[in-house]
Ligand binder design. Structure first.
Ligand code: AMP
Ligand code: MG
Length: 410
């Protein structure tokens, strides 16, 4: 087991154990939004399927309109073509057809002039200038050609991609399935949210912040009942959690206290391995990473901010990787900001303070802290929209200096 390691090393160990993304499942088109595609998608036909008009106007033969160069030209209108109703006729020389946006071009039409550029008479139009060949025409396949790969496996499905899937006629899509994530709070002092905490007790907020983070990261959370600080109870809950999930998150029970049993319980389980304990960060130091039956079991520290900050640094990237995201997209977005207050030296651990980042009138990104920074101040996460990162051993920062932030709004 490694102990008291750097954030990067910890992340490398956790992500390094993911050998492949989760298996695929077939979902309804719209349900594929945000998921990662498992197969290349090939266009079954051209999009658009046929040459059509880009405007409401008149279809004609461009050469016929040349005569409008010297004087006004009258052209009889011989048909009316709404969208969705192809006209089977053929354009006679010197005539025009009235045609709406998206309507298929009849044979003979090789240019469209928009209606506001002509004089519209009863059954004719007056052209005052020639129309260029191909004007205001959309060609079959100009968006997508039949047989073309429109989306490659591994793509994250955006709203535009959902539209494209519909355009190529895909009612169902194969995507990486969502990770199932067990969420398990431990602690004798923890009571359910609907209870009134007795002396020395506190309501369980971690199960809900964790489950909400899991949902937001695209997973399916399963909240377990609060687990007492009792090795036998923890053991039973862990085994059940591992059996039914792809990933297990616990909160609490990983510090140095007499009742912090998680690590020893995991060690005593068959098919288990404790990979590291403690990370050089604040908050979040006591993090425990282990594997049971080859599934990741991550012991998040119990203090509500530590739980959430550790999730952001380790669990969100892990869930993204399991869900098929590329390595380049796993981490929180970083940016540099001018800090508006003095920051104390972080000591020998990397500090992730909670901040509110905002662009000032000049467009410069600024950040200030959310106030009290204790690891129990959940309010700092409620108010914050970013983490303010300070490297270990640094001297802190003075107001006006540049610091690195990681965005918490997604
Ligand atoms: P632990 O990591 O078990 O030592 O817990 C540290 C502190 O975090 C506890 O004293 C509680 O105040 C708080 N805590 C632990 N678990 C929870 C929880 N599920 N919900 C809210 N606070 C918690
Ligand atoms: Mg505890």
């Amino acid at each position: 087991m490694e102990k008291y390691i750097e954030v990067e090393r910890a992340r490398e160990m956790i992500l390094g154990d993911v050998r492949a993304s989760l298996s695929s499942e077939t979902v309804d088109l719209l349900a594929s939004l945000g998921r990662v595609l498992c197969e290349d998608v090939i266009a079954d036909r051209d999009v658009p399927p046929q040459d059509n008009s880009a405007m409401d106007g008149y279809g004609l033969r461009a050469v016929d309109s040349d005569a409008a160069r010297s004087k006004s030209l009258r052209m009889p209108v011989i048909a009316d073509i709404p969208a969705g109703r192809p006209w089977p006729g053929h354009l006679a020389d010197g005539t025009a057809v009235r045609i709406m946006t998206g309507a298929p071009l009849p044979t003979g039409v090789d240019a469209v002039v928009r209606r506001e550029l002509v004089e519209e008479l009863e059954e004719a139009i007056i052209l005052n200038e020639p129309v260029a060949l191909g004007n205001d025409i959309r060609r079959a396949g100009e968006d997508v050609r039949k047989g073309e790969v429109v989306l490659v496996a591994g793509t994250r499905i955006t709203p535009a991609a959902v539209g494209m899937l519909a355009a190529v006629g895909m009612p169902y899509v194969a995507v990486v399935r969502r990770p199932r994530v067990a969420v398990l709070a431990t602690g004798d002092e923890i009571v359910d949210f609907h209870q009134v905490p007795g002396p020395g007790s506190i309501r369980n907020s971690n199960s809900f912040s964790m489950a909400a983070l899991v949902l937001q990261a695209g997973g399916v959370p399963q909240i377990f009942p609060i687990t007492r600080d009792d090795p036998a109870v923890i053991r039973k809950a862990l085994l059940e959690a591992v059996a039914g999930n792809d990933l297990v998150l616990t909160s609490g029970g990983v510090s140095m206290g007499d009742y912090d049993f998680l690590q020893e319980v995991i060690r005593d389980l068959p098919q288990s391995r404790v990979c590291f304990w403690q990370v050089r960060m604040k908050p979040g130091k006591p993090l425990l990473y282990s594997r049971i039956a080859d599934k990741p079991v991550i012991g998040l520290p119990g203090n509500p901010v530590s739980t959430m900050v550790s999730f952001e640094q380790f669990v969100r990237p892990l869930m993204k990787k399991m869900s098929g995201w590329p390595d380049s997209k796993l981490l929180l977005l970083k940016e540099r900001a001018i800090v508006l207050e003095n920051l104390a030296a972080p000591g020998n651990r990397r500090h992730y303070a909670r901040g509110v980042a905002e662009r000032d009138k000049a467009g410069q990104l600024t950040v200030k802290l959310t106030g009290a920074q204790g690891s129990g101040i959940l309010n700092s996460m409620v108010k914050g929209n970013c983490l303010v990162m300070q490297p270990p051993g640094s001297e802190g920062a003075r107001a006006g200096e540049v610091v690195e932030i990681e965005w918490l709004d997604y």
